[in-house]
Design a binder for this molecule. Structure first.
Ligand SMILES: Cc1cc2nc3c(=O)[nH]c(=O)nc-3n(C[C@H](O)[C@H](O)[C@H](O)COP(=O)(O)O)c2cc1C
Length: 189
């Protein structure tokens, strides 16, 4: 089983990074092959809505997103980690999501599998937000669920923690990292 982690935070070693690495550790503990991509280290332009992808479901922008498409195709399980920024995903994560419009074209216009084949895929969303409100994840959840639907990835749930703001503060939440480890193991089911 191949598990791809996508880190959407600009803050290395921050809260979602810590959670993501526990999820990946959990998956690896059950024998999964794991790989993590750090979006902030990549050059991914926002979608230009040029419609070039309408022809063959391929984005014409030759940047690091071309590698991300290949990794998405590779993975059986996807773990998308992004903190909440202004109620939504980070700009880094949203740029990646919007570039998946080329995969939307594969699915809905060209009627081909968005990720190249029809094997079962599942995805988990990992997030934290500084605000202590329970509905602060809803806009991001809507985006992630929409992405997974377009990519034919079964939504395997979310692991979200409100009221976590300072770098590393997730360490103070009792059980959060343990929950992440277990979620990584469960994702392989
Ligand atoms: C630009 C920006 C916007 C933010 N907007 C929100 C928000 O709308 N809601 C919220 O709960 N937290 C918000 N936060 C706080 C982060 O979600 C919080 O600090 C989180 O712990 C960062 O996670 P990280 O360490 O994984 O980057 C924002 C932080 C930044 C830098």
């Amino acid at each position: 089983m191949k598990v791809l982690g996508i880190a959407g935070s600009p803050r290395r070693g921050g809260n979602t990074d810590l959670l993501l690495s526990e999820v990946m550790r959990g998956a690896a503990s059950r024998g999964a092959e794991v790989k993590t991509i750090i979006l902030n280290d990549l050059n991914i332009a926002p979608c230009q809505h040029c419609d070039a992808c309408l022809e063959a479901g391929r984005c014409k922008v030759e940047d690091d997103m071309q590698m991300v498409y290949r990794e998405l195709e590779w993975a059986d399980r996807l773990v998308l980690a992004s903190p909440i920024h202004f109620m939504g995903l980070t700009a880094q994560a949203k740029a990646m999501v919007d570039r998946c419009q080329a995969l939307w074209v594969r699915k809905y216009i060209l009627k081909t599998p968005p990720l190249g084949n029809r094997r079962e895929r599942k995805g988990l969303f990992v997030s934290v937000g500084g605000r202590r409100v329970s509905n602060g994840f809803e806009p991001a959840l809507a985006t992630v669920k929409s992405l997974f639907k377009v990519l034919d990835i079964t939504y395997a749930g979310e692991l979200v923690f409100p009221g976590v703001d300072e770098k590393g503060e997730i360490n103070k939440k009792p059980d959060a990292l343990r929950q992440a480890f277990l979620a990584g193991q469960k994702l392989l089911d």
